[in-house]
Design a protein around this ligand. Structure first.
Ligand code: HAM
Length: 419
C-alpha cells in the first residue's frame, strides 16, 4: 500500500477511521470560525500562489525558515519554493497593488504552508494558517486591533481566558536593551535569535552566545523577569483594557519571535497550562513592504499567523470539538421500486428547496434503508405509497418524535420544516 509522506495529513470525513486524528469536518469548523471573526473585524480574504521564487524567502524570512524550505529547481530552471509562510507573499501583493485599495488595508488568508521540519507534537510538514495583516497604519492602535482580533478568533472557537494568554513583547525594547550595552546594530538579529531560543536552550550555551555579543545572560533573564511594559506596550494594554480584554494578555519579554522581519511589537498566543507550542505568533514588520518592492513602496505593516495543528490539539484536550454526526436532513425511502421515478422527483424538489437529501441508489430492503437514515442523522424520512385508489401519497416521519404524517406527494418539499 502506498503511504502518505511523513508530516503530511489526510483529512477524512467523520466518523474517523481508527488512528486517523484529522478530520475535514474539524478543519471546516476551524476555517468557519477564522473567516467569521476576520469578517467581524472588517478584513477581506485574499490568496496567493503556493509556489514562489526561492528568493522571496532567502533574504526576508531569516535563517530558521530558510533551513526548512521545500525548494527545488523547476523545469524552466527557476529556483522555487513551496510557501513556508504567507507574509512575504502578502507584502509583495500589497506592494504591487496598494494604490487600488483604501488604507488601512485589512486582509486575511487561509493558506496551506510547507516547512521541511522534523515531525513532532504540534509540528508537521504542512499546516493551514490563518493570516490577518494590516497595512498602512503606524500607530499602536493598529497593534491593539490585531491583538484584539487574535483574542476574538480564539474565543470564537470556545476558548476562554482560562485556556490561553497572549504574551506581548517589543523588538524595540530589545533593540534598546542591546544598544544600551554597546551591541552592534548589524548583529541585532543574531542577538534576537539567542533570546528566541532561550526557553529551549541550555543556559550555558545561551550565556556563551550572549557573551560573544557583549551581553550577560543574567541581565537578559532579569529584563524578562521584570517585563516592565515600555510606552508602546502600555498603549496596547490601555487600548485592550477599554475593550475589556485585559485578562487575555500579559507583557513577557521572553517572546521575541524567530523571523527576521519584525521591527516593533511582537506577540505569541499560548495555552495557559504551557502544554503546547505556540498557537499563534505575529507582530509589526514596517520594513518588509519596502524590501520586497526594492524601495518603491513604503507601508507600515503588522499581523499574525495562527496554525491549525496546535489549535486542533488544544480544542480536543479542552473538549471544544463539536459533534459532526448529522450530515443529512432527509432520507427518502424507496420501498416500492415502481415508485422510484416519483421518489426521484421528490428528492429533486427537496434538494432544490435547500435540504440535504439522501436515498438508496439501488433497490434495498426497507429496514436497511431506515437504519441508514438513522446512521446519517437525518431528522426525517419520506416514503411514497400507492393507496388502494391508485393515488400516490407521501408519508413524512419525524425521526425524533417518530410521528408520521400523510400528505400529497407534491407537498412534501416544504413539509420537513413544518413538522
Ligand atoms: P510562525 O510563528 O512561524 O509565524 O507561525 C505561526 C503559527 O503557525 C505558529 O504559532 C504555529 O501555530 C503554526 N506553525 C508554524 N509552523 C508549523 C508547523 N511546521 N506545523 C504546524 N504548525 C506550525 C509566521 O509564519 C508569520 N508569517 C506570522 C505572521 C503573519 N506575522 C505577521 N503576519
Amino acid at each position: 500500500m502506498m503511504e502518505r509522506l511523513p508530516g503530511f495529513r489526510d483529512f477524512y470525513p467523520e466518523p474517523l477511521p481508527a488512528n486517523e486524528p484529522w478530520s475535514c469536518d474539524l478543519r471546516q469548523h476551524i476555517f468557519r470560525c477564522w473567516r467569521e471573526t476576520a469578517r467581524r473585524y472588517g478584513f477581506r480574504e485574499y490568496d496567493g500562489p503556493p509556489l514562489e521564487p526561492l528568493e522571496l524567502y532567502t533574504n526576508k524570512s531569516g535563517a530558521e525558515i530558510v533551513a526548512q524550505l521545500f525548494n527545488f529547481t523547476d523545469k524552466g530552471e527557476r529556483a522555487v519554493s513551496l510557501r513556508p509562510e504567507m507574509t512575504p507573499t502578502v507584502a509583495r501583493m500589497v506592494a504591487t497593488a496598494e494604490r487600488a485599495y483604501k488604507k488601512p488595508i485589512k486582509w486575511f488568508s487561509l493558506p496551506q504552508l510547507f516547512r521541511y521540519e522534523k515531525q513532532q507534537k504540534g509540528r508537521l510538514r504542512e499546516h493551514f494558517q490563518l493570516n490577518c495583516d494590516l497595512f498602512g497604519e503606524a500607530d499602536v492602535s493598529a497593534d491593539a486591533e490585531i491583538v484584539a482580533l487574535l483574542i476574538d478568533v480564539l474565543r470564537s472557537l470556545g476558548l476562554t481566558r482560562e485556556d490561553f494568554v497572549i504574551r506581548l513583547s517589543s523588538r524595540q525594547a530589545w533593540q534598546r536593551f542591546f544598544a544600551a550595552r554597546g551591541g552592534d546594530a548589524a548583529k541585532a538579529y543574531e542577538f534576537y535569535q539567542v533570546v528566541d531560543k532561550l526557553e529551549r536552550e541550555k543556559p550555558e550555551v545561551s550565556a556563551e552566545k550572549f557573551a560573544a555579543l557583549g551581553v550577560k545572560l543574567e541581565e537578559v533573564t532579569q529584563f524578562i523577569a521584570a517585563s516592565v511594559p515600555e510606552p508602546e506596550l502600555q498603549a496596547v494594554l490601555d487600548n485592550l483594557a477599554a475593550r475589556g480584554l485585559s485578562d487575555f494578555v500579559k507583557v513577557d519579554y521572553g517572546v521575541i519571535r524567530g523571523l527576521a522581519y519584525y521591527t516593533g511589537i511582537v506577540f505569541e498566543a499560548f495555552d495557559r497550562k504551557g502544554e503546547f507550542r505556540a498557537i499563534a505568533g505575529g507582530g509589526r514588520y514596517d520594513q518588509l513592504v519596502k524590501q520586497v518592492s526594492e524601495g518603491k513602496v513604503d507601508l507600515p505593516a503588522l499581523g499574525f499567523g495562527m496554525g491549525d495543528v496546535v489549535l486542533a490539539e488544544l480544542l480536543k484536550v479542552r473538549k471544544l470539538v463539536p459533534s459532526f454526526a448529522s450530515t443529512v436532513d432527509v432520507v427518502v425511502l424507496i420501498e416500492d421500486e415502481t415508485l422510484r421515478a416519483d421518489s426521484l422527483k421528490v428528492v429533486q424538489q427537496l434538494r432544490e428547496a435547500g435540504k440535504a437529501v439522501d436515498y438508496s441508489l439501488t433497490p434495498a430492503k426497507g429496514d436497511k434503508q431506515f437504519k441508514r437514515a438513522l446512521e446519517l442523522g437525518a431528522t426525517h424520512t419520506i416514503r411514497l405509497e400507492r393507496g388502494t385508489d391508485g393515488v400516490v401519497v407521501a408519508k413524512v416521519k419525524n425521526l425524533k418524535t417518530r410521528e408520521e404524517r400523510t400528505m400529497a406527494a407534491g407537498e412534501v418539499a416544504n413539509a420537513p420544516q413544518s413538522s
